[in-house]
Design a protein around this ligand. Sequence first.
Ligand SMILES: O=C(O)CCC(=O)C(=O)O
Ligand SMILES: [Fe+2]
Length: 336
Amino acid sequence: MFSEKLSDRKSVAANIRSAATKNGFFYIKNHGIPEEVIAQCKKQVINFMRQPLEKKMLVDSRTHSKYYNGYLGNRKAQISRTESADVRESFSFRYSPELDPDHPMDISDLPEDVRSWIRAEDFVWEGTKHLPNFKEDGLAYWKSCLTLARRLVRLFALSLELEEDYWDDKVTHPGADGVFNYYPPRTVEEVESKFVGLGSHTDLQLFTLLWQDSVGGLQVLSKDGQWLRAPPIEGTLVVNIGDFMMRLCNDIYKSTVHRVTNESNEERVSLPFFFGLNFNCVEGVVPSCTSEKNPAKYEPISCGDWCQKRFKIERDEFLKNQAKKEVAPSATVVAR
Ligand SMILES: O=C(O)CCC(=O)C(=O)O
Ligand SMILES: [Fe+2]
């Protein structure tokens, strides 16, 4: 991937094509993110999550965020309608031009159509100031992911028989959502009531880079409906295709359903990074994925609209179900 020779890069791209077509999930090694950067970030996630709830609520997403940033607590969301509420706790933040590792710039210098789509919110860093180096260490990992993702998107372009720079101008201020996931050790209640860590879902954008610690618990749904374990492999990141990529390549690449349950007595941390095009960028099916026999299945849509719609569905669904539970009678009528 980092080779000077196009033929080397093409050969990696061919591997990506094969994995993205079959499973939609693969591992990468020698990705260039230093182990030290990952370890520091993980340490900070543990520091944050082990705080008393009132400290974590300083950055509560529901009270402080317009755009789904900040902290979401244990069982405060439910990504899958047919499973339980999610046991996972998370801390989320979004792309900010000041923090861009490749070309930092002031938000006021962005053209208006790009600026109006920037979803970063300062409260996430304001409310975590009491944790020494939390922001610095968290962002060091996020920055490494962003630089890597910009490299990887070039290989994705190659893999789809597009020019390598096909998306370069469309990832200058991209969807780059950092999330710190924390799955507490599983309790007896969770086992008995079949609670999931994070219910079955697909990711939204072009692709996700995922670091997971050594605990395990990620499962991927295969084409024939089997849950496959995606175990931690030291020195690797998991990469998986998102829905927007699947749309852009007319379903050739698969955005695969996955879920997580921490089945251990240890804490589990994972660090996904969700990468997409600039949110103002309206993109349709790419030319190399359509033909007369295989017309585009999807209309162009902006990456931002797409994400916003999907986030809203997830949150609204959860709040609706909560409200229903609150007004439900204590007796349940069972059909006979
Ligand atoms: O925790 C993991 O291993 C995966 C998390 C995930 O799928 C997500 O945050 O979308
Ligand atoms: Fe996911």
